[in-house]
Design a binder for this molecule. Structure first.
Ligand code: URA
Length: 191
């Protein structure tokens, strides 16, 4: 099977295993991810919003537009990277994902990462960070790459602020832009 086929298998497993049925019932789409399955970088957000739920694609609203602008500052486009979320259905009224929802989707995120095998995992916001760096506080660790081992997996994780939060907070916006600018040198070091 190709990487794309393996990723599609995860989608049908989530549907067949009836993961988070209350979320599934009110969502229009299961938003799995988008981009290049051979990417060096995987970005992980929180959960789909309204635009993402309507289109079935991650980060296509205002936060996604800002993310695209930040990618351009480091000479990347969306087709260079892979992007997904920890929770794959839109929570009602864009509420925060619940701990049990994040826990339910975590094994499927791990499967995505094992297929793509990125060099860096960039977490956007605290919801996707907490499973990789459970004791970290985002205000203290943002922009600092960490090599972590969980079970059989060793990953380099770069925790960043969430672009939606940074959009409306000028201080965080500049911090996010500064942190983003370090991505090429982190990749170079890993290579
Ligand atoms: N915010 C997220 O965390 N994920 C999306 O897909 C869109 C907005």
């Amino acid at each position: 099977m190709t990487k794309q086929q393996l990723l599609e298998q995860i989608k049908s497993d989530i549907e067949q295993q009836n993961i988070c049925p209350e979320l599934a019932e009110q969502a229009n789409n299961l938003v799995m991810g988008d981009g290049n399955p051979d990417a060096d970088i995987v970005f992980i957000g929180e959960a789909p919003g309204k635009n993402e739920d309507d289109q079935g694609l991650p980060f296509v609203g205002a936060a996604g537009k800002f993310l695209n602008e930040m990618l351009a500052t480091v000479d990347l486009v969306r087709s260079d990277i892979y992007i997904t979320n920890i929770v794959k259905y839109r929570p009602p009224n864009n509420r925060d994902p619940k701990p049990e929802e994040k826990r339910a989707f975590w094994p499927f995120l791990v499967r995505q990462l094992r297929i793509i095998e990125p060099k860096i995992i960039v977490t956007l916001g605290r919801h996707s960070m907490e499973y990789f760096l459970p004791d970290a506080k985002i205000s203290l660790v943002h922009g600092q790459p960490k090599r972590i081992t969980t079970g059989d997996d060793t990953w380099v994780v770069l925790p960043l602020y969430h672009p939606a939060a940074a959009l409306y907070n000028p201080g965080q916006r500049q911090t996010l832009l500064d942190d983003f600018s370090s991505i090429p040198s982190i990749l170079k070091q890993i290579n």
